[in-house]
Design a protein around this ligand. Structure first.
Ligand SMILES: Nc1ncnc2c1ncn2[C@@H]1O[C@H](COP(=O)(O)OP(=O)(O)OP(=O)(O)O)[C@@H](O)[C@H]1O
Ligand SMILES: [Mg+2]
Length: 408
């Protein structure tokens, strides 16, 4: 191939390789999160139960509400969207109109935006701001009552709405069928938060979970089949080793059976192999992909921490006897206080400091342990890093205030 770049241009190699055409991937888009797969394996039970409940809507009879839960990446969104799109098609085909409103509550962000999305899906325009949520919801209700179509409302990641705004909107929705004979509203709530049910009012809970469908974590074997299904459409033939696919499935199976994670590993491993010009994705690429994904997660988490939490991490790093060692909480607090005075003007109380340490351990960055030394010795809390020190350093170095501490 003709070389069109300077010999010393570092981009030459990359672009030349790119111009030779894709090496590993045939169609990478099938590995992205928004891709809807041709078939959803191992979810026949969930698909048929949902289909059964929806069949009432096609007959314009009332159906039970449905609560769907399961760990992240277990197919809740993919399966729901799939069954709902089939419902939409059939209702058009047989000319039994119904309204479907799908809202991802976390992406919607606010209760107002969630309520306006509902309104928009029943063809009602509401202003971007300016109304009370209650008012938007009243207009939505009136429209639904006057249209007389069956309405299916899907609130995905509904815990994000309820944890911030309470369950008023959900309560209002579950009451619509009681307000008038004319209404036929079915609600689906989806959540991956096991504690979600605890923050619901018992009346809302019993109404929302008239029916429940659980999505269990995938086993490593199931994940492997899901991955092979994508490999056949996403990768060129023979560009990925059997062991590499098995390893992607084993890693994500051992965590919590998360298909999203398994697919991410597969995609990143493919990208790494392609970037280095390898002909085949191997176990080595999967291991490197795992590290890369973990690094990205850590960078994201640390980037969004408030300054004092970053100072706590810095203090832990600076007070540890060795990168893998442990240090007493009290020693780290001393170090933190000095750093906080220099970089934030003032240190937080030791109680607040302990609170931050606890939060950082929930985020999986620190490992906090309470050690008991019998009646006389009392209790000592020690801290260690829960992830490699260089990952934390590489993330903190980006901070405009304390980054300079790591610039050595
Ligand atoms: N049974 C399956 N067959 C094929 N692909 C699947 C299957 N289950 C999940 N996936 C894929 O895995 C990814 C994650 O699935 P999905 O988004 O449905 O998870 P979720 O349960 O909604 O997770 P969360 O709780 O984080 O929202 C998607 O890319 C989806 O296409
Ligand atoms: Mg989802």
């Amino acid at each position: 191939m003709e070389k069109i770049y300077n010999k010393n241009d570092i981009l030459e190699e990359i672009f030349t390789r790119a111009m030779k055409g894709p090496q590993i991937f045939k169609n990478k888009s099938v590995l992205f999160h928004d891709y809807i797969p041709r078939r959803l394996l191992f979810r026949e039970d969930q698909i048929s139960r949902m289909g059964y409940l929806f069949s009432y809507l096609i007959r314009n009879q009332r159906s039970s509400n449905l609560f769907i839960y399961g760990k992240p990446g277990t197919g809740k969104t993919a399966v729901t969207r799939y069954v709902v799109s089939r419902l939409d098609k059939i209702s058009k085909k047989i000319n039994r109109p119904l309204r479907i409103s799908y809202v991802n509550c976390r992406l919607a962000g606010t209760e107002y935006r969630a309520a306006s999305a509902l309104a928009k899906d029943v063809e009602l325009q509401v202003p971007f701001t300016g109304l009370a949520v209650r008012e938007v919801f009243e207009r939505f209700k009136l429209k639904v009552f006057s249209d007389r179509y069956p309405v299916l409302v899907i609130l995905d990641e509904v815990d994000a709405l309820v944890s911030r705004y309470g369950d008023d909107l959900l309560y209002g929705l579950t009451r619509m069928n009681d307000e008038t004979e004319k209404a036929n509203v079915m609600i689906i709530g989806i959540s991956n938060d096991v504690q979600f049910k605890e923050y619901l009012d018992p009346r809302v809970l019993s109404s929302l979970s008239e029916e429940e469908v659980v999505f269990k974590p995938y086993t490593p074997e199931e994940l492997e089949s899901i991955l092979w299904d994508r490999v056949s459409t996403g990768f060129r033939d023979g560009t990925i080793s059997r062991e590499a696919v098995t390893l992607c499935a084993a890693i994500s199976g051992a965590e919590h059976g998360d298909a999203r994670k398994a697919l991410d590993l597969l995609r990143v491993a493919g990208e790494l192999a392609e970037n280095e010009g390898s002909e085949e994705v191997s176990i080595r690429h999967v291991n490197a992909a795992r590290e890369r994904i973990e690094q990205n997660r850590v960078v994201e988490v640390i980037r969004s921490l408030p300054l004092h939490s970053k100072l706590v991490l810095t203090a832990v790093i600076e007070s540890l006897p060795s990168p893998e060692g442990r240090v007493k909480n009290s020693i780290t607090y001393g170090k933190y206080s000095i750093l906080a005075r220099d970089f934030a003007g003032q240190a937080l109380s030791s109680r607040r400091f302990f609170g931050l340490v606890k939060e950082l351990s929930v985020l999986g960055l620190l490992d906090r342990r309470i050690e008991n030394y019998g009646r006389r010795g009392g209790r000592v809390t020690t801290i260690a890093l829960d992830i490699p020190m260089n990952m934390i350093r590489d993330s903190l170095i980006e901070d405009p205030v304390i980054g300079e501490l790591f610039n050595t």
